[in-house]
Write a protein that binds this ligand. Sequence first.
Ligand SMILES: Cc1cc2nc3c(=O)[nH]c(=O)nc-3n(C[C@H](O)[C@H](O)[C@H](O)COP(=O)(O)OP(=O)(O)OC[C@H]3O[C@@H](n4cnc5c(N)ncnc54)[C@H](O)[C@@H]3O)c2cc1C
Length: 378
Amino acid sequence: MTLLRGLAAGPGWRSQAVHELAGLGINAEASFPLLRLMETIRQVAPEFQVLSPHAPLVSVDELNLMTMLRRAALRVAPEQRGDLGFSMPVALADLVALCGDVLRHSQVSLGTRPLLAATSDLGVQMETEDMQQITDARTMRPTTVVSNEELTYGIRRIRLAGPALAGLSDDPPAKWVKVFPNFGEPFTEKAKYSNPVGRVYTIRHFDSEATVLTIDVAIYGPGAVSSWLERCKPGDRCDVAGSRGGFEGISGSVDCAVFVGDETALPAIESILEELSGYIGARVFIETADERTVHEMARRAESVKWLRRRATAEMLTNEVAAWCSHNRNVFVWAAGEATRMRMLRRTLVSQLGIEAARVHTVGYWKEGAADHRDAAAG
Ligand SMILES: Cc1cc2nc3c(=O)[nH]c(=O)nc-3n(C[C@H](O)[C@H](O)[C@H](O)COP(=O)(O)OP(=O)(O)OC[C@H]3O[C@@H](n4cnc5c(N)ncnc54)[C@H](O)[C@@H]3O)c2cc1C
């Protein structure tokens, strides 16, 4: 997977990829379909989520691709192969089949990575650290609510404290945790959901000395966890798992960074802006359900445009695309409703031709879907 991500990373990777493929027993000629596969995916499916070559997790799209390649290599009948999460053009289907042949002839197997048993083996040191991070991220840390106040209309700032939070970090910015309320009484929602019920929130701030975690929660209606957080009071208890993810920085030289999001992305965008070095200009587009949410933010942004959320997704995309059409050497980071994020990515990459690796979009929630998971958030 690391290799496939590398193939997607840009022209500089070609020679390195050929070298690495040779190490797997795939000669330069046979490596062509693999190089072509990632290029074609970038062209025909710009919303396909490719994580950084060093990310310890895979995205759902990447997992689907690996499954497709494995099935092609094993010659599973096409009708039983499933799809990649998007309607696969013939050119891509043919390439996957061709890559399957290459992998089979070169006897490269795409099995599940075995769990690491020996931590003393220096050869697996790096992967063991990754595993440790994942284990830490799954540990439940009991906390107590210390405050719950309105930050601005529709957003509550909650502080959670407890010694079990020791070791958490808000570096890099936009790192996130999963919050599991202890529903108890009088919250009858508990009966409706299987336990534990948790949702993802960005670390807005972490005070490592006092072990106090600050999150900003969008209040919009009936969600199980946001409703609990809206009403929680000092002394209430919840567990926190994490931290994970975070802003990976801006790669390459760009003229401007563009940040796009809604109420759920505000904590991430504000944290990133606080960290962003002053040499780069930043534009911000925020879509909110209510104009009363508008508030003073982002000292380092050159401009912040607040937009009122409409029923359709086009307005946000059109606004951002209109600005980017005059400024194409940009880096875009966007988070919010999943369908809107896909539309934005497609428009920026396919229509405006902005390099796919410079457009980072994540679905933080999805209209009509509880507990939406977008693996790109990992
Ligand atoms: C990496 C990451 C970081 C995030 N950071 C934050 C953060 O800092 N602050 C924050 O508030 N949220 C954040 N979110 C989004 C949050 O996890 C989701 O909004 C979550 O679904 C809220 O859980 P819930 O129990 O309220 O609703 P769920 O039970 O998950 O969903 C119930 C219903 O509400 C809808 N819904 C969910 N969220 C919203 C919304 N915001 N507006 C309108 N309808 C919605 C769903 O479509 C569903 O129909 C983040 C998500 C990710 C992946």
